[in-house]
Design a binder for this molecule. Structure first.
Ligand code: NDP
Length: 278
């Protein structure tokens, strides 16, 4: 009796040992009855091209790409999806008939979490994003397309926020400012923390006063303990403050769908993940 072939997948990054992606994709594969393997690859920046080519030669079918490679990987692609091109960042590779195709599922991951899991309607909201790095690049397009009333990007380095404003100019209007200059005149209904400050243990830099119990606070960072942003927002009295686990699982589900053509049910995955991981 012939054994069913195992299709190879994985994630490349540096560092990578902390990644939950293998566990998430194994849970998806179990649920949808797919015969796949999914491995971690520690790939330093100057080895990315080689690592991708070796994976392709081994017959690999798909990769996730994470820090610090999401932008540099653009140099090694044969094709790029529209949403990844606009974001200028790639987190998913598909290997198809000798070609390497890049896509970005971060934006749809956040939107699925906000709109599907939390039932948040973004149309007409005042949205504030803290941070202007790679993650912000990935989420700006779908957020702008959801027709918010206003979208402000505040960043420690103003030039980076301004560069994003110019890059996304054709899709929608973005205002930018330093953290200290966040306007007190607008009450933000949604504040997204897209900085990596919390992961570095820095927590006292959210200089925002115009937040109230109805503000929805979303931290892209995630941890098994409450993140500094989540703690801060709860101290401010907000009722809805969540971290980035949902986005992590939803962006993985979208990658899985691109690779396998089957959309896993993300309901209950987080509980299983935290029970089985680490
Ligand atoms: P980048 O390194 O590209 O950007 C980091 C951002 O954080 C920059 O805007 C930087 O400001 C800001 N920053 C860093 N330290 C500080 C500080 N001490 N005070 C104020 N601002 C600071 O990272 P990413 O955009 O890729 O990732 C950001 C976060 O989002 C990470 O925590 C990451 O884990 C998370 N993430 C979560 C995902 C999920 O699925 N849940 C997906 C992708 C990312 P400056 O420009 O001034 O340097």
């Amino acid at each position: 009796m012939s054994q069913k072939k195992i299709d190879l997948y994985g994630v490349m990054g540096d560092p990578i040992s902390h990644s939950y992606s293998p566990n998430i994709h194994h849970l998806f594969a179990l649920q949808t009855n797919q015969n796949i393997s999914y491995e971690l690859f520690l790939v330093p920046p100057d080895d990315l091209e080689n690592a991708i080519k070796s994976f392709q030669i081994k017959g690999g079918r798909g990769l996730n790409i994470t820090l610090p490679h999401k932008t540099t990987v653009l140099n090694y692609l044969d094709e790029i999806s529209e949403r990844a091109r606009i974001a200028g960042a790639v987190n998913t590779l598909l290997f198809e008939e000798g070609r390497i195709c890049g896509d970005n599922t971060d934006g749809v991951g956040l939107m699925n979490d906000l709109e599907k899991n939390y039932n948040l309607k973004l149309k007409g909201l005042n949205i504030l994003i803290l941070g202007a790095g790679g993650a912000t690049r990935g989420i700006l397009q779908p957020l702008l397309k959801a027709n918010p009333l206003s979208l402000t990007v505040a960043n420690r380095t103003l030039q980076k926020a301004t560069a994003l404003m110019e890059h996304f100019n054709s899709i929608g209007k973005i205002s930018t400012c330093h953290f200290e200059d966040i306007s007190d005149d607008i009450t933000y209904e949604l504040i997204i923390n897209a900085t990596s400050a919390g992961t570095k243990g820095q927590s006292n830099f959210f200089p925002i006063n115009n937040i109230n119990k109805n503000t929805f606070c979303y931290d892209l960072s995630y941890s098994t303990k409450p993140t500094p942003f989540k703690k801060w927002s709860i101290e401010k009295g907000v009722r809805h403050s969540v971290d980035g686990w949902g986005m992590l699982i939803e962006q993985a589900a979208e990658s899985f769908y691109l690779w396998r053509g089957i959309r896993p049910d993300t309901n209950g995955i987080l509980t299983k993940l935290l029970t089985h991981s680490h």
